[in-house]
Design a protein around this ligand. Structure first.
Ligand SMILES: [Zn+2]
Ligand SMILES: [Zn+2]
Length: 368
């Protein structure tokens, strides 16, 4: 079948709209007609960073849409069902068997290789040349996506797909870090470094679990105001305040939990240094710098920990419905993070996400 997709061919060129050929769903595949897709920083990184994914490729990994067709082995969903798309995992490796699919041993092959698990390349272009896809098991910067059972989550008919789309990555990453990975509890202190969509999701989740204080750190006053609006009890402007000193002033002995979402080495260092004894720093963003300057003594003294977190340790079939419920009850006000763009304005959405003019762009695919 023919689909319309935004294709990344080079590092700096804008994405270009192309008509691609996509095979009908195989026995274990689900064809989804996309209604919306969030734009996540991992999409931006995949465009920029040479070698992160093969090109040309269709990116996008916060898709939401309606099931259009299913392969013969699919029982989880049927045509007409509303679904959110999320990361893919194999379902049978030691991590998946231990209910930790975001640490699937085949995560890179299933989400970043540009190919299907079978090894085939999903699309051909107008000239018949192959185009990579299957990004996070979906490639949602398109009118249609081929997914598998493990990376679609059914939601109620009529659910606001153009708001819920980023639950599949950015929102579950931030919220899951708090609720699943670190299991932050009532009355426990947390500092969130970086208040983009992931950091703000962590702050909303921290409020849901009753964390206190909830301290947001960023350099943009508007983001800090949003953080306060969404649940932060304190904010620190790192462009003009001494973060470590302010954190000590607020907490006395340091924070029980820190979450680092900015990807800046100095921020990781400050986050670890700000921990109270037995505190844990969750690292969500990869730093560009190879060294972050943490010495083991800082961890050993006081029994501090640092741990990497992918996709908030989410088991999507369980956690995404829980987040939908929080949204429905007004506890996860996603609408405050979101700016909508028509699909054809995808390059503008990417530009605005880069520059920080918008927190979470969501593309609406319209009726194609
Ligand atoms: Zn696995
Ligand atoms: Zn993402």
């Amino acid at each position: 079948m023919k689909i319309l997709a935004a294709v990344a061919r080079g590092r700096s060129e804008p994405l270009g709209f192309e008509s691609l050929n996509l095979a009908e769903p195989a026995h274990d595949e689900i064809l989804v007609k996309l209604v919306a897709s969030g734009v996540c920083h991992t999409d931006l990184r995949a465009i920029e960073v040479e070698g992160m994914v093969p090109k040309p490729i269709v990116l996008g990994h916060e898709g939401a849409g309606i099931v259009e067709a299913v392969g013969s082995a699919i029982t989880k969903v049927k045509p007409g069902d509303a679904v959110l798309l999320t990361f893919d995992s194999c379902g049978s490796c030691p991590s998946c068997s231990a209910r930790a699919p975001s640490y699937c041993q085949h995560l890179l092959a299933r989400n970043f290789s540009g190919k299907k698990p079978s090894g085939s390349i999903p699309y051909t272009d107008a000239s018949g040349a192959p185009v990579f896809g299957n990004f996070f098991g979906q490639s949602s910067f398109a009118t249609h996506a081929l997914c598998r059972s493990r990376n679609v989550v059914k939601v109620a008919a009529g659910a606001p797909l153009d708001l819920l789309a980023p639950l599949g990555c950015g929102i579950q990453t931030g919220a899951g870090a708090v609720m699943r990975s670190l299991k932050v509890g009532d009355g426990q202190s947390i500092a969130v470094f970086g208040t983009g969509s992931v950091g703000l999701s962590a702050i909303m989740a921290a409020r849901i679990v009753g964390a206190d204080p909830i301290i947001a750190i960023d350099v943009h006053p508007a983001r800090l105001a949003a953080a306060r609006d969404l649940g932060a009890t304190h904010t620190i402007d790192a462009s003009c305040e001494d973060v470590a000193a302010r954190l000590r002033e607020i907490t006395g002995h340091g924070v029980k939990f820190a979450i680092e979402t900015s990807g800046l080495a100095r921020s990781v260092k400050t986050a670890v240094e700000s921990l109270a004894p037995l505190g844990t720093c969750g690292v969500i963003a990869a730093t560009r710098e190879p060294e972050v300057g943490i010495v083991t003594r800082q961890l050993m003294v006081g029994g501090r920990s640092i741990r990497g977190i992918a996709e908030g340790d989410s088991i999507p079939d369980e956690f995404i419905p829980e987040l939908v419920e929080h949204y429905a009850r007004g506890r996860l006000p996603l609408e405050r993070l979101v700016t909508h763009f028509p699909f054809e304005h995808i390059n503008e959405a990417i530009h605005d996400a880069h520059g920080g003019a918008v927190i979470k762009p969501i593309l609406r695919m319209g009726n194609r």
